[in-house]
Design a protein around this ligand. Structure first.
Ligand code: R5P
Length: 290
């Protein structure tokens, strides 16, 4: 029987995953020594078993080292395989050197993960300039998509939607979500001016007057993309939009800013957040069984 092992903070998601996949839910103990170093102990037997270490990577700098310790311990103790189940995969956005001297952290992080795990299962990684995970990761990976779940949500909650994608690159994605829901779509154009500054513009939306805008985005971090989009829609006479977000990272204060200018915000549970409303455990359980 597969063993699902949650890293700290991932217990609730791991319990849903274990239930959905008929796997055993194990336990990992971690704590800090007085000098700040990390103690890790696996409280479930891994010998001969396929082990799924569950760790969403919304706070990777804090959690990576203990995750690597747990993966190595599982292997040391005889695990047949060690899979990283990371509903959110971090360090995908610094995918090129924008300024002289910058670290291309997506490549370095991929090397760390690839040397630590046998396989990676994740949802909608931010593949902006990379064609696929295999361009970065040397281990097999399963990339799952929330688009069908977004379509289901729109069909159930906003059948009069106009799907609005966050940028030109997301046009295909917005089209897929809209097609699944049987509604029209458009994509904004976006210019990022800084970590917390974006400028967006919308195409001519006069044909869609009266529709309910539903903004979709893979990541909400500073929240500026969603805020700028909501403001642009308001200036065209639309009601506050609904927002569907795959990865609800929401930096401090960001959720409140987005809430102030939008209607409903619904995210997947890839990162635990009050906006969670779309469950990924079933989707991930199917991938793990393959
Ligand atoms: C960018 O390419 C992504 O799709 C998101 O739009 C972006 O990461 C959102 O970031 P923020 O919430 O900081 O505007």
């Amino acid at each position: 029987m597969r063993l699902v092992l949650p890293m700290p903070g991932n217990e609730a998601f791991a319990a849903r995953l274990a239930a959905a996949s008929g796997a055993e839910l194990g336990r990992v103990e971690t704590r800090r020594f007085p000098d700040g170093e990390t103690y890790v102990r696996l409280l479930s037997a891994t010998k001969g078993r396929a082990v799924d270490l569950v760790c969403t990577l919304a706070d990777p700098d804090e959690g990576f080292l203990r995750l690597a310790f747990a993966a190595d311990a599982a292997r040391d103790l005889g695990a047949a395989s060690v899979t990283l189940v990371a509903p959110y995969l971090a360090y995908m956005r610094q995918d090129k050197r924008f300024h002289d001297g910058e670290a291309v952290t997506s490549r370095t992080f991929a090397r760390f993960i690839s040397s630590t795990f046998d396989r990676l299962v994740t949802v909608d990684p931010h593949l902006h300039r990379y064609p696929g995970l295999e361009a970065l990761y040397t281990i097999p990976g399963a990339v799952l998509h929330a688009a069908p779940l977004f379509s289901d949500w729109i069909r159930a909650h906003a059948p009069d939607a106009l799907v609005v994608g966050p940028d030109a690159e997301s046009e295909q994605w917005a089209a897929e979500v809209a097609r699944g829901a049987g509604v029209p779509h458009v994509a904004m154009t976006k210019q990022r001016l800084g970590d917390r500054q974006v400028r967006v513009s919308l195409p001519d939306l006069s044909a869609y007057a009266g529709r309910r805008p539903v903004l979709i985005d893979d990541i909400a971090s500073s929240g500026r993309t969603l805020v700028a989009a909501a403001e642009a829609l308001r200036s065209l006479g639309f009601d506050p939009p609904d927002c569907l977000v795959v990865h609800a990272l929401f930096a401090p204060g960001a959720y409140e800013q987005v809430t102030a200018v939008t209607s409903r915000i619904v995210s997947t549970d890839s990162v635990a957040h009050p906006s969670n409303g779309i469950d990924l455990a079933t989707l991930m359980a199917v991938a793990l069984a393959d």
